[in-house]
Write a protein that binds this ligand. Structure first.
Ligand code: FAD
Ligand code: UDP
Length: 373
């Protein structure tokens, strides 16, 4: 069959690879001048540092099938994300752990004592937290909420944490030991040659052709037996019902001779600092050595037409619009909507790959790669 895949990010690349291996001809197009989608990495010509152009990407998963899959196409170097945050004139460790708690409150608590102490600050009248703010007040208490989460979240999402779902905060662990690993997954790493080299290896198959700087046009679908769409869901329908809300990011690049901040990610919890975080990209490749450094100050704002959609805002308004677009998508014959834009969900890379593998398996009528082995 002739397959058209819109988007050369992880979704398009993995589905294309699986179908090509099964004997289908896959044409993959992308409007951008590079493959890799939002995971794209490239070297800074000035400093030589490997840059995560659309924001920092750390691979982490519990899915052994996905981990095996990515290791077929790239060499992964073990990497753990250790994030710091600056708040009210001091630097702390994230996610909130025993070090953060002891430093913040000027104490020397042991794990059980810290648990009891935080529980004593928490608002126990909140039985089932609904909003981000309730989740924070219930589990970390007002002081840590104000210092680390309130201002950052207002900047990141452009609204009050009272309007956001509790699920956003649940992504972050709260630890009563000194483990400062940002993620808790079994497999964590960074591709030695960058994500774009990994995606290039996935795409390297004689039945796959890739066309860059090629935006989708409706007539392209007429030459294909099936279309996989990893572009924006509302974009496929020319935004006919209105635009699904997204946050976009602006990155302000600067260079530095030496080590600017001593870590890959420094968050800024204070509301009056306009950026959410600074990423220093050479710390994402600690096996390389560069004297010069490239950093990005990251700012979040509402996405308008023409901006890159980064974070789907799934508030009440968007959810009803989304339901209407999902109805349209389900009525569409010969098109499968995939990936974080095609399904309007925040998806980590491992989940994106898992869904792409499963989608390809369903299309081929075969079992997918198991998640556990
Ligand atoms: P995308 O990568 O967005 O690819 C879609 C592609 O489709 C794009 O290249 C786009 O140009 C193309 N396209 C769209 N419309 C058209 C059109 N009309 N015509 C032609 N081409 C089109 N995940 C992790 O696991 N760890 C992390 O640390 C992590 N950090 C992240 C940080 C940020 C700031 C963000 C936003 C995401 C992060 N993610 C992370 C998630 C990760 O980026 C996604 O899981 C992944 O990129 C999704 O791949 P995709 O192929 O579905 O979408
Ligand atoms: N968050 C925060 N302060 C921080 C880090 C995160 O308030 O220093 C909040 C913020 O609302 C963010 C959410 O916790 O969206 C989840 O954090 P994560 O690191 O998963 O952020 P994302 O990957 O969404 O950028």
């Amino acid at each position: 069959m002739k397959i058209l895949l819109v988007g050369a990010g992880l979704s398009g690349a993995v589905i294309g690879r699986q179908l090509a291996e099964a004997g289908h001809d896959c044409r993959i197009i992308d409007s951008r001048p590079h493959i890799g989608g939002n995971c794209h990495t490239e070297r800074d010509p000035e400093t030589g540092v490997m840059l995560h152009l659309y924001g920092p990407h750390i691979f982490h998963t519990d899915d052994a099938g996905v981990w095996d899959y990515v290791n077929r196409f790239a060499e992964f170097v073990p990497f753990q994300n250790r994030v710091k945050t600056t708040s009210q004139g001091a630097v702390y460790s994230l996610p909130v752990n025993l070090h953060t708690i002891n430093q913040f409150f000027g104490k020397t608590l042991r794990p059980d004592e810290a648990r009891a102490f935080i529980e004593s600050r928490a608002d126990r009248s909140i039985a089932e937290p609904q909003s981000f703010e309730e989740q924070a007040l219930r589990f970390v208490g007002p002081e840590l909420y104000e210092a680390f989460f309130k201002g950052y979240t207002e900047k990141q999402w452009g609204c009050s944490p009272r309007e956001l779902p509790a699920s956003i905060l649940k992504r972050l662990p709260l630890r009563f030991n000194y483990d400062d690993n940002y993620f808790f997954h079994r497999f964590q790493g960074m591709p030695r040659a960058g994500y774009t080299a990994m995606v290039a290896a996935i795409l390297d198959h004689p039945r796959i052709s890739v066309e860059l700087e090629t935006p989708y046009r409706a007539e392209m679908a007429e030459q294909a037996d099936h279309l996989f769409w990893s572009g924006p869901l509302d974009g496929f329908f020319d935004y006919s019902l209105g635009r699904l809300g997204y946050r976009t990011l602006d990155f302000e690049r600067f260079t530095y001779q030496g080590d600017y901040q001593g870590c890959a990610v420094m968050n800024y919890g204070d509301r009056d600092v306009p950026w959410t975080r600074i990423t220093e990209h050479k710390h994402f490749s600690p096996w390389e050595s560069h004297e010069a450094s490239t950093c990005y100050r990251e700012y979040s704002r509402a996405a308008g037409p023409g901006d890159i959609p980064y974070y789907p805002i799934r508030l009440v308004e968007e959810k009803s619009l989304l339901a209407q677009y999902v109805d349209l998508a389900q009525a569409q014959k010969g098109v499968t909507f995939v990936g974080r834009l095609g399904t309007y969900r925040y998806l980590d890379m491992d989940v994106t790959i898992r869904e792409a593998l499963d989608t390809a398996a369903v299309f081929l009528g075969r079992p997918s790669i198991p998640a556990f082995c």
